[in-house]
Design a protein around this ligand. Structure first.
Ligand code: 28F
Length: 661
């Protein structure tokens, strides 16, 4: 029996215990909260550790990271539509119709799953137990919390369990209260809006719509059946584009070959799953000479290739040789076809989804997992062989093509030998037109390829002789897309470039031998200048691709206008700058200014000051971020259809994205 007194004491004890529990929970919460903020603070202190760069590329990484979460939800089978909007003020909104981030409390952190995912580093890592795994690459898979840490503010809105939930973060990831249920909602999904922190992204906080659109188009190709709607709402007339490819990478190959000449209409497709790895390949041959094989792991472009590409190459070479021998396309006494022969004119996409990818290489874009080689080689080996057996008519077209390639390889080798003998590939005899620099340290050296002899003269006189070399080009260079290899090697302007740069040409191009780490294309700001620039870029893309991949190719930015005011000279590089300058100096609307029609109008001193002096110049870096897109563009321009070329030249080279100062 207990007395009333004892009863009361017990009650008090229970209350006390409860309070202690609460305190414990609270202090636990406070402790984790502090850790959380320390984690996000670490991201803000050293953003480079998490997103590699805080330049324009890093800014765009934020978008990829949020979109990756939607893609993962789609790959798990719960989402089929993703919307991405670039809003006025350069904020980004991403919406998906997945299950919605869970809203209940996570035991470990004591807060909602939404808050956990957005405040704990790597929290979003593994997806639910339903067999799905986080497959999208992300920025090395660092998670949404990094985006939050690097945002001035970020809002997550979730529709789930019949509710409409909101959580807002400010100042680099500090939650404003906790997840709040605003009311009822039908359906499910997640919506995230964020504004990148300008104190982190000091270079630029302006999103490039083309960059976002191109990457999301690629995402739509790589994840067939997922609808991605991209909009730019910043301008006066909003832009919106929808990407939905039921055929996935098959449609990707079709897209790349769109302006080339496929030699048969079918896209060959192989797929398989083994050891938890999903591998798929789509391919088609066109009548061109280059190989366009692009590989991906978990939606990341593996620029440096890796085991999936090796497996693919092995299988294609093996199957083609076997078929060619069995069907007497090559005779018994003849050599095997090389893998280069088998890939001439080949467009292919290799895409693997791997639960535990290992990346290697200088830029960590080379797939290292060794089991993948066998998996891809097996899938392609079996299914390509079968395709050839079942489609003898197409098999014959392919065989004719690869045998022709083998013969042409022989002819090209002779042609190359010829120029080598003539000295064009021999870097000891530099072209007479080249005004070389005195330094031999390639990392410091720059080669200016300049349109026209008169501008070439100014550049020679204005340059820094120690580090800047000048190669003037006379008139237009050969259109390498259309020309035969033999003619390309025989062309004097091209020969000069090959010799000056010093790395040879593909397939033997050696980026370690090049004599300059900056190749700067300097042409007039008119249609002819654009054309020459594009011809040069086509040449580099086809014959010195590693130059672009390594980020060694630049485009000079000469000013468009000069304004003289109170015996001072001001240069403007675009119309906007001119307007700003006019209003800054309070100039009347009719105040005269000089419009530069060509580089030749500048004297040596002006050219140096405005365009060549490393201290003040602006240059555009040519990137291979989307080599595939670039390839489609080059073909557009240089291929047989004339209209897209004209249109494109008028619009300028759009794959030139990154501003490098
Ligand atoms: C606009 C950005 O972030 N979409 C997302 C989901 C769905 C789930 C999830 C996300 C659970 C515990 C990690 C739902 N139901 N779009 C998005 N959609 N995250 S992110 O779960 C996160 C995990 O911690 C989800 C059942 N399982 C998973």
């Amino acid at each position: 029996m207990t007395t009333k007194q004892e009863d009361l004491e017990l009650k008090q004890k229970i209350e006390l215990a409860k309070e202690k529990e609460l305190e414990k929970a609270d202090s636990h919460y406070t402790a984790t909260n502090i850790q959380v903020l320390e984690g996000l603070e670490a991201v803000r202190k050293r953003p480079g550790m998490y997103i590699a760069t805080t330049s324009a590329a890093g800014l765009h990484h934020l978008v990829w990271e949020i979109v990756d979460n939607s893609i993962d939800e789609a790959l798990a089978g719960y989402c089929d539509t993703i919307q991405v909007m670039v809003n006025p003020g350069n904020t980004i909104t991403v919406i998906d119709n997945g299950r919605g981030i869970p809203v209940d409390i996570v035991a470990k952190t004591g807060t909602s799953a939404v808050e956990t995912v957005y405040t704990i580093l790597h929290a979003g890592g593994k997806f639910g137990e339903g067999g799905g795994y986080k497959v999208s690459g992300g920025l090395h898979g660092v998670g949404a919390s990094v985006v939050n840490a690097l945002s001035e503010w970020l809002e997550v809105r979730v529709h789930r369990d019949g509710g409409d939930y909101l959580l807002r973060f400010e100042n680099g990831g500090h939650p404003v209260g906790h997840l709040t249920r605003l009311g009822d909602a039908e359906g499910t999904g997640t919506k995230v809006t964020f504004k990148p922190d300008p104190t982190i992204f000091t270079e630029t906080t302006e999103f490039n719509y083309e960059t976002i659109r191109d990457r999301l188009r690629q995402m739509a190709f790589l994840n067939g059946g997922v609808k991605i709607v991209v909009s730019d709402l910043r301008g006066e007339t909003p832009i919106s584009e929808t990407f939905l490819y039921q055929g996935g990478i098959k449609e990707y190959v079709e897209y790349i070959n769109k302006n080339k000449m496929p030699i048969f209409p079918e896209i060959i497709y192989c797929e398989g799953r083994d050891e938890g790895v999903f591998a798929e390949v789509a391919l088609q041959y066109n009548d061109g000479y280059s190989a366009n094989v692009y590989s991906f792991c978990n939606n990341i472009h593996t620029h440096e290739g890796g085991t999936h590409e090796e497996g693919f190459r092995m299988a294609v070479t093996r199957v083609i040789n076997n078929y060619a021998r069995a069907n007497k396309f090559i005779k018994e006494n003849e050599e095997n076809l090389t893998s280069d022969d088998a890939r001439e004119g080949l467009t292919a996409i290799i895409s693997v989804k791997h639960p535990n990818p290992q990346y290697e290489g200088q830029t960590k874009t080379k797939l290292g997992n060794s089991e993948v080689r066998k998996i891809v080689s097996g899938v392609v080996g079996d299914q390509l062989e079968r395709f050839l057996l079942e489609n003898p008519r197409i098999a014959r077209i392919i065989m004719d093509k690869v045998v022709l390639a083998a013969n042409a390889r022989e002819a090209a080798r002779n042609a190359r030998e010829n120029i080598r003998r003539k000295g064009a590939l021999d870097i000891t005899t530099l072209p007479g037109k080249l005004a070389d620099c005195s330094s031999k340290d390639a990392a410091r050296c720059e080669l200016y390829i300049v349109e026209g002899n008169s501008a070439g003269g100014s550049a020679k006189n204005g340059r820094d002789r120690e580090t800047q070399a000048i190669l003037p080009l006379r008139g237009k260079i050969l259109n390498v897309e259309k020309a035969q290899l033999k003619r390309i090697f025989a062309n004097a302007e091209i020969g000069n470039m090959i010799t000056a740069i010093g790395g040879g040409i593909m397939p033997e191009f050696d980026v370690n031998k090049i004599r300059y780490h900056k190749i700067v294309i300097m042409t007039d700001a008119d249609v002819d200048g654009s054309h020459i620039r594009i011809l040069l870029l086509t040449f580099f893309f086809r014959y010195m691709r590693p130059l672009i991949e390594s980020g060694y190719v630049y485009i000079a930015q000469p000013p468009l206008y000069k304004v003289e005011y109170r015996s001072k000279q001001y240069y403007c590089y675009n119309d906007e700058q001119l307007e700003v300058l006019k209003s800054k100096l309070n100039l009347p609307p009719q105040y005269p200014f000089q419009r530069y029609k060509g580089l030749g109008e500048m004297d040596a001193q002006q050219l140096w000051e405005t365009t060549m002096d490393p201290k003040g110049r602006k240059m555009l870096k040519v990137t291979m971020e989307d080599a595939i897109e670039a390839d489609a563009v080059f073909t557009d321009l240089m291929g047989d259809s004339v209209d897209p070329r004209k249109e494109f030249i008028a619009k300028n080279a759009k794959f030139v994205k990154n501003l490098d100062i």
